[in-house]
Ligand binder design. Structure first.
Ligand SMILES: Cc1cc2nc3c(=O)[nH]c(=O)nc-3n(C[C@H](O)[C@H](O)[C@H](O)COP(=O)(O)OP(=O)(O)OC[C@H]3O[C@@H](n4cnc5c(N)ncnc54)[C@H](O)[C@@H]3O)c2cc1C
Length: 415
């Protein structure tokens, strides 16, 4: 039995990973104090994936996408909203918590909170190049507030340009098209989502956009955005010298990690927050989970960060378990969950398991009544990933296969 009554845990980040860490502390029967610093958004935790899908399409409301309420089992929980962790003391176990600009005006110098354990779940924010910031009709999509700002514009049927065709950009284009908007999609590479899916599914994704009436500009980079009137159309200029005009521009340029507050803490923040296989950072009582965590995956034998929902949820549980194992004097297990994500576009469900980066071979089958492509990715003869469209069972079978190979390999490590 671990005695935790006099301990304090700080959880930084008020989205999925933070929410799951708090839930997991309650499930373990943690009897101390939990200070949950939820960040600048000031909203109860919600499901981010719904933003680019059901919410923007008007199929659900902000209330529908709230994460389930926490059963805190009498946890001594202090929730701090409109506040951020602003600094981690390099020498002492304490974090500085300060109000954010969005906070209801109540100036304060901040509060140093000492901790016995810190869980860093501050995730990522949308990448917004400085040159593109501040224009009224140019939006990113990361938060509920972003989604609601975009949604407000839709009744006017704006001519829309989506810049970037990764997971979020492709979904936004599909959702806005489903709302009947004229949409142009600017793709920096040869195909949408090809850095994730590769050639075959990337081509399928492109064909879906075209079949649904999206126009695309391939191999094109936006070099400038400008507006002549304060709320007027936006002019986009491209690296090939071309131009286009839009009433609404949505940027899907990827994400950057919210690590700035950890600079000077002595921790590795070169790409997210570096941690070991059990999600422990170089400070044994500081853990990372979710989009921010950069750990060495024991199955794929490489460091990675995974910006997907199920990873954030599973890592949060694992990080708490790692801490708990330490309290009980046990060696924590490595986090070896096989990455998984899904994406919904035009009524189709894309799903992918594994880690395809560095694959050297693919096999493509046509499966199901519709003959959609199902791709298996290999590295050095071993299956490392699989992806399909409307093929949940086939994808999950591959997940089980990759996971079982994982277990075998881990067993070999342990032996
Ligand atoms: C539009 C969109 C669609 C998506 N769709 C899918 C999908 O279909 N499938 C899928 O698998 N994944 C999807 N994802 C990814 C998924 O939502 C993320 O992987 C998940 O939200 C990660 O959770 P997290 O808690 O690690 O980080 P985040 O969700 O980034 O949350 C971090 C939290 O920390 C707060 N914070 C930041 N800095 C500080 C600080 N200094 N102090 C305190 N708090 C701070 C932030 O405000 C935020 O609330 C999507 C993401 C987006 C944006």
């Amino acid at each position: 039995m671990v005695a935790t009554t006099s301990q304090t845990v700080v959880v930084a980040g008020g989205s999925l990973a933070g929410h799951r860490v708090v839930a997991e502390l309650a499930r373990h029967g943690f009897a101390g104090d939990v200070v949950w610093v939820r960040g600048p958004e000031g909203t109860a935790p919600y499901s981010r994936p719904a933003l680019s899908k059901e919410l923007i399409q008007g199929k659900v409301t902000r209330d529908d996408i709230r994460l389930p309420g926490l059963d805190t089992h009498g946890l001594r929980l202090r929730v701090v909203d409109h506040a951020v962790c602003a600094r981690l003391d390099p020498d002492d176990d304490r974090v500085l918590v300060t109000p954010t600009h969005e906070a209801p005006a109540e100036p304060s110098d901040g509060e140093w909170i000492p901790f016995d354990a810190l869980f860093v779940c501050t995730g990522t924010r949308a990448r917004l190049p400085e040159a593109f910031a501040g224009l009224p009709n140019v939006h990113c999509l990361r938060t509920l507030a972003d989604a609601e700002r975009i949604k407000e514009r839709l009744p006017g049927r704006p001519r829309t340009v989506v810049v970037g065709a990764g997971l979020v950009g492709s979904e936004i284009a599909a959702s806005l098209r489903s709302c009947g908007l004229p949409v142009e999609l600017v793709v920096q590479g040869r195909l949408p989502m090809d850095t994730v899916f590769g050639e075959d599914l990337g081509r399928f994704c492109l064909d879906r956009h075209h079949a649904n009436g999206v126009t695309t500009r391939l191999l094109t980079t936006v070099t400038g955005l400008s507006a002549t009137e304060p709320d007027g159309p936006v002019v986009l200029t491209f690296d090939d010298g071309g131009q286009t005009c839009a009433d609404l521009v949505v940027l899907g340029l990827g994400a950057v990690t919210a690590c700035e507050w950890l600079h000077g803490s002595g921790l590795d923040v070169s790409d997210g927050l570096g941690c070991d296989e059990a999600l422990r950072t170089a400070r044994p009582n500081v853990f990372a989970a979710g989009d921010i965590a950069n750990w060495r995956h024991p199955v794929f034998g490489r460091r990675m960060r995974v910006e997907h929902w199920s990873n954030a949820s599973a890592q949060a549980r694992h990080a708490v378990e790692s801490w708990w194992a330490g309290l009980e004097g046990r060696e924590p297990a490595p986090f070896a969950e096989v990455p998984y994500f899904w994406s919904d576009q035009y009524g189709l469900k894309y799903q992918m398991v594994g880690h395809a980066r560095g694959h050297d071979e693919v096999s493509v089958e046509r499966i199901g009544a519709d003959g959609y492509p199902f791709v298996t990715y290999f590295r050095e003869g071993r299956v490392v990933a699989a992806a399909g469209v409307n093929a949940p069972r086939a994808v999950m079978r591959m997940k089980a296969r990759i996971q079982s190979e994982a277990t075998t390999i881990q067993g070999a490590y342990a032996g």
